[in-house]
Design a protein around this ligand. Structure first.
Ligand SMILES: Nc1ncnc2c1ncn2[C@@H]1O[C@H](COP(=O)(O)OP(=O)(O)OP(=O)(O)O)[C@@H](O)[C@H]1O
Ligand SMILES: [Mg+2]
Length: 497
């Protein structure tokens, strides 16, 4: 890609960026939220009709102005915001737009099953996407890309929802592809991954090419990306957590919904104190999201009880949870958390509008000021709070979700993968924010598939496996990643023996 430029109204997203990738090479694209990574790759994948500069494939100029052009040149992309159609089956999604090439349904489903197996997914090709979990959808996107005859594979944060074991499997797939000469461009905010998988790292900042390295030197890369020295990652050497008991869950059981892929919860007991950060670890399908959602009133328990601040707590709907000062930063921002066609201000103030009421109408000035402050504090990269959320970069959308819930001033904040898709600089800021929430006497219950994050941030870590708590570690016990993983796989081991 040579001297690529792209402007949106009010935003110069890319300016004279060049990028090369060789056959069999893995090039990582690194940069802060909003740096222009997805835009550059969307141009390669034919998402945009208009841009400046030139693309060459195999030494020849390639005119790429539509997804079809890209496909013809063997370019496949796994999008950051997953692009699958929820109402269609896995097989239909994988072959979407190409059904005519493969008339035979049976062949289509057989090929899908084969691709899924290769990625370690034990799912029926006929399963609907809406019944699949986020991590599964991410792997289905990978399967879709692999189903095409690819020469250049672009992966825009393919692992943001994956746990360690699934990431390993993906690496095996990537190595197999590069072994066959496929060129891979890989976007990730997890620097440890780049060390392992990338041959070369290219850094973008504010839409410009900054430089590249073939050795991953963490501090140097962070400096290149941010253009400024950064605060400490995981700023929480010693814990807190000696306050009053805030949330108590006793023997909570929540049924799974047939066909929805929802993991049932079995006899969960836990507590969160004021000032405490409690982590929830587990593999894909362990029930982490289901647990947070149940506490937020999204599912009906069939047994057990909860109390909040010493009073019985039985939310039938999120509304009831919000009223009691509980907030959930959900995992799937696109589906659960944002109205993409609306502004930042609209989205951010939605659940807290009651705070800005004066004489029965919304005090727009106060609302605007509060949103502005929160958005600035989280360093959302945007021309203003009237900007459409759907046009923000992925990581900045995630920050808007955080801003929205922080504006409700919750006493208990539930976070499901809060740093998913967030760059290292912003990650440090979100960690600092979690610490300061806890220091301010709030309770934080956080599910994450990044174990280093949980180990550094949490006073206690609960491990879930198949809907049950299989272990609990306190900070003083200094648990290792291995110990947590072992607990996370406890029951699966027994069943395979
Ligand atoms: N359709 C659009 N309309 C207006 N602005 C846009 C649009 N798409 C992207 N932008 C802007 O272009 C810039 C680059 O965004 P891009 O999505 O490429 O960032 P990114 O590097 O992928 O970030 P992240 O790590 O958060 O995914 C951002 O300022 C974003 O707001
Ligand atoms: Mg992006």
């Amino acid at each position: 890609m040579r001297a690529i430029g792209k402007s949106f109204p009010g935003v110069r997203a890319l300016d004279g960026v060049s990028l090369t990738v060789a056959e069999g090479e893995v090039v990582a694209l690194l940069g802060e939220n909003g740096a222009g990574k997805s835009t550059l790759m969307n141009i390669l994948a034919g998402v945009f009709k208009h841009y400046e500069g030139e693309i060459e494939i195999g030494g020849r100029v390639a005119h790429i102005h539509s997804p079809k052009d890209a496909r013809r040149h063997g370019i496949a992309m796994i999008h950051q915001e997953l692009n699958l159609v929820p109402e269609l089956s896995i097989a239909d999604n994988i072959f979407l737009g190409r059904e005519r090439a493969i008339l035979d349904r049976k062949a289509m489903e057989a090929r899908t099953a084969e691709l899924l197996r290769g990625l370690g997914l034990d799912l029926s090709p006929r399963r609907l996407i809406k019944q699949c979990k986020i991590a599964e959808r991410q792997l289905i996107e990978v399967a879709k890309a692999l189903s095409q005859n690819v020469r250049v594979l672009v992966m825009d944060e393919p692992t943001s929802a994956l746990a360690d074991a699934e990431v390993r499997r993906l690496y095996t797939v990537i190595r197999d592809l590069t072994g066959h000469g496929v060129a891979v461009i890989y976007i990730s905010h997890r620097l440890e991954e780049l060390e392992e998988i990338a041959d070369r790292v290219v850094v973008l900042r504010d839409g410009a090419y900054i430089g590249e390295r073939s050795e991953v030197d963490r501090d140097e890369l962070i400096q290149m990306m941010a253009g400024r020295p950064l605060g400490e990652l995981f700023p929480r050497a010693d814990g807190g957590g000696s306050g009053e008991e805030l949330l108590k869950v006793e023997g909570l059981s929540v049924p799974g919904e047939p066909g929805s892929g929802r993991t049932p919860l079995r006899e969960i007991s836990l507590s969160v104190r004021a000032g405490e950060i409690v982590g929830v670890a587990g593999l894909m399908g362990a029930g982490r999201s289901e647990l947070l959602e149940s506490i937020f009133g999204l599912h009906r328990p069939t047994a057990g009880s909860m109390s909040l601040g010493g009073r019985p707590y039985r939310p039938r709907r999120p509304k009831g949870a919000i009223r009691r000062g509980v907030a959930l930063v959900a995992e799937d921002r696109k589906a659960q958390s944002l109205v993409l066609g609306n502004t930042i201000a609209f989205n951010a103030s939605l659940p807290s509008l009651g705070r800005f009421l004066r004489f029965g109408t919304v005090d727009a000035r106060r609302e605007h000021r509060a949103v502005e402050r929160q958005v600035n504090e989280l360093r959302v990269k945007t021309p203003g709070t009237r900007f459409t959320v759907g046009n923000l970069s992925g990581g900045n959308q995630q920050k808007v979700v955080l801003a929205k819930w922080l504006l409700t001033s919750p006493s208990l904040i539930l976070m499901d993968e809060p740093t998913r898709g967030i760059d290292v600089g912003a990650k440090a800021e979100i960690h600092a924010l979690m610490s300061s929430l806890a220091a301010g006497g709030k309770g934080v219950l956080v599910a994450s598939s990044e174990l280093p994050e949980l180990l550094a941030m949490c006073d206690r870590i609960l491990v879930l496996c198949e809907g049950r708590i299989t272990a609990e570690f306190s900070r003083e016990q200094r648990p290792t990643q291995e110990a947590i993983l072992e607990a996370a796989m406890a029951r699966q081991k027994v069943t395979t023996l």
